[in-house]
Design a protein around this ligand. Structure first.
Ligand code: DX5
Ligand code: ZN
Length: 217
């Protein structure tokens, strides 16, 4: 599969979200960071914004829930139009039930791991998921420095998936840029979230194309 680039609208202008989505028209997905000031120390947006964004763009929405109680909220994000919903395993009360519910409602189900969370305890959950998100910064803010020490976890995640004969996507999020994307791809990631590297560029659409070319090289 060619590399997928998902610009994070956390780095966009929230007063002009429709235009900002348009500015990265060539993106595979739009990454939507939902934060509740409990799971992470920051507060962003919720279901109504996803509903409006769904109507404003044809690009599918990849919702990353950095919230407590994803068991309660994830289904509402699918109903609001998310094509993929990612919950953090550290916050989920019943990850298997939650992944099944997300899928049953028609979205791709993804599970995220904070930097200090290992993949190995969750090996048996892999068949329930469409994507694993390996965080490459502590979740909460855009523009942080990429954590190189996450590269072995990306590699181990990809190996576990292959060993089970599954075809989950491996997403990386945090500090992904022209400087770091090749290392992520080489370690086995195939879906790349980029906030500041896309929206901080003079031409966001070109930045998406350039990142994709680098990841595929
Ligand atoms: C951070 C968010 C990221 C963030 C990435 O907690 O999950 O999606 O927007 O931003 P950059 O690419 O600037 O690190
Ligand atoms: Zn994110």
């Amino acid at each position: 599969m060619p590399a997928q680039i998902n610009p994070s609208i956390l780095s966009a202008d929230f007063a002009r979200l429709a235009d900002e989505a348009e500015a990265v028209g060539g993106a595979d997905w739009l990454h939507v960071d939902v934060m509740d000031n409990h799971f992470v120390p920051n507060l962003t947006l919720g279901v109504p914004v996803v509903e409006s964004l769904r109507k404003a763009t044809g690009t599918p929405l990849d919702c990353h829930l950095m919230i407590e109680d994803p068991d309660r909220w994830a289904p509402a994000f699918v109903e609001a139009g998310a094509g993929s919903v990612t919950f953090h395993v550290e916050a989920a009360a019943a990850p298997v039930r939650l992944a099944r519910e997300i899928r049953a409602k028609g979205a791709r189900a993804a599970m995220a791991l904070k930097p200090a969370t290992a993949i190995e305890p969750y090996e048996d959950l892999l068949p329930e998921l469409d994507m694993l998100l390996v965080m490459t910064v502590e979740p909460g803010f855009g523009g942080q420095a990429f954590l190189d020490i996450m590269l072995p976890k990306i590699r181990r995640t990809r190996e576990l998936i292959s060993r089970h004969g599954l075809d989950l996507w491996v997403q990386v999020d945090g500090g992904v840029s022209a400087e770091t994307i090749e290392r992520c791809a080489e370690a086995g990631a195939d879906v790349f979230v980029a906030g500041s590297a896309v929206y901080g560029a003079d031409d966001p659409a070109r930045a998406v194309a350039a990142l994709r070319a680098q990841a595929d090289a």
